[in-house]
Ligand binder design. Structure first.
Ligand code: AMP
Ligand code: FE
Ligand code: FE
Ligand code: ZN
Length: 285
């Protein structure tokens, strides 16, 4: 059984529509795929409608959080998508991304880049707008050769010349909200040091004590040494270990199913969740 618990669609900064994503997941030989768009659950309906038989969908989201000034991502699975407090927080963070992206456009214009909000809004479409959309605009304009090249201090990296911070939830509050909505939490790519500062292990221990369920270990942004260290930490703290592609369609080079989660860990996640059930594919439309 092949399980990939972290993917993005056009509901955030991926390039596959939710329907294309689930079709591609089935074609990649996956049995289970989680849809974890940034700060939104708006892709679920389309993914469920298109879900091929033989593929199971785990509904989820990747929540933008910040602790002691360090940004981090919290994967939330199988929460009740209608639960009002968590839904309100999700919408708040998603909506705040619009003025924030407009702020980054303004900073880029001050730096002499002829980018416009209309261009970024076209690229983002209905998606939760983020730096990868702004980065795609910079590629279109020939300012940088690839999306990755926009994530430097010259442009959009944390603290970079054109970076603007967004509203991010306190992770302890996020864990509490997800639990209250019947969901399960996994700290996404906790050792992704090239994205900026990482959260210290002492803070991960505090999150574990506050109910964090697991950490993502098998991820393209973790080198071999980091994976060994994080596995040790998970064992010490009694956390589940996941592995996932963090697929973003053509915006990143990683492929669906390139990293996967142990089916037993997947089973444990489904047993802990009470907010929603995994959705078995009915054949799709
Ligand atoms: P945002 O949520 O708007 O701050 O954008 C964060 C997103 O940008 C992440 O989810 C990744 O998709 C992407 N990202 C972050 N850091 C990098 C990086 N160093 N290189 C490429 N993409 C990145
Ligand atoms: Fe992303
Ligand atoms: Fe992430
Ligand atoms: Zn992600």
């Amino acid at each position: 059984m092949r399980v990939d618990l972290h993917t993005h669609s056009t509901a955030s900064d991926g390039t596959d529509s939710p329907a294309e994503l689930v079709r591609n997941a089935a074609a990649a030989g996956l049995d289970v795929v989680a849809l974890t768009d940034h700060d939104t659950s708006r892709g679920y309906a389309e993914a469920i409608d298109a879900l091929p038989s033989g593929l199971t969908l785990v509904t989820g989201a990747e929540m933008s959080c910040r602790i002691d000034g360090v940004s981090m991502h919290l994967l939330a699975y199988l929460f009740d998508p209608e639960e009002p407090a968590l839904l309100a927080e999700r919408e708040l963070v998603r909506d705040d991304r619009v003025p924030r992206a407009q702020g980054m456009v303004a900073k880029l214009q001050e730096l002499g880049v002829p980018v416009t909000w209309e261009q970024v809004a076209r690229i983002a479409g209905q998606g939760s707008v983020g730096r990868p959309h702004v980065a795609t605009a910079l590629v279109e304009l020939g300012v940088v050769p690839t999306v990755n090249d926009a994530f430097t201090v010259d442009w959009l990296a944390d603290g970079g010349r054109a970076h603007v911070a967004k509203h991010e939830t306190d992770p302890f509050e996020a864990i509490r909200l997800v639990k209250a909505a019947g969901g399960v939490t996994v700290f996404a790519h906790p050792g992704a040091s090239k994205r900026g500062h990482t959260v210290p292990e002492a803070a991960i221990a505090e999150m574990a004590a506050a109910g964090l369920d697991g950490i993502e270990v098998e991820h393209m942004d973790h080198d071999a040494e980091t994976r060994v260290r994080l596995r040790g930490l998970a064992k010490e703290l009694g956390l589940l270990v996941t592995g996932s592609s963090d697929y973003h369609g053509s915006r990143k080079s990683v492929q669906l199913g390139e990293y996967t989660t142990d089916p037993e860990v997947y089973g444990e996640i489904t047993r802990r969740a009470t907010g929603a059930f995994p959705v078995p594919g009915a054949g799709g439309v």
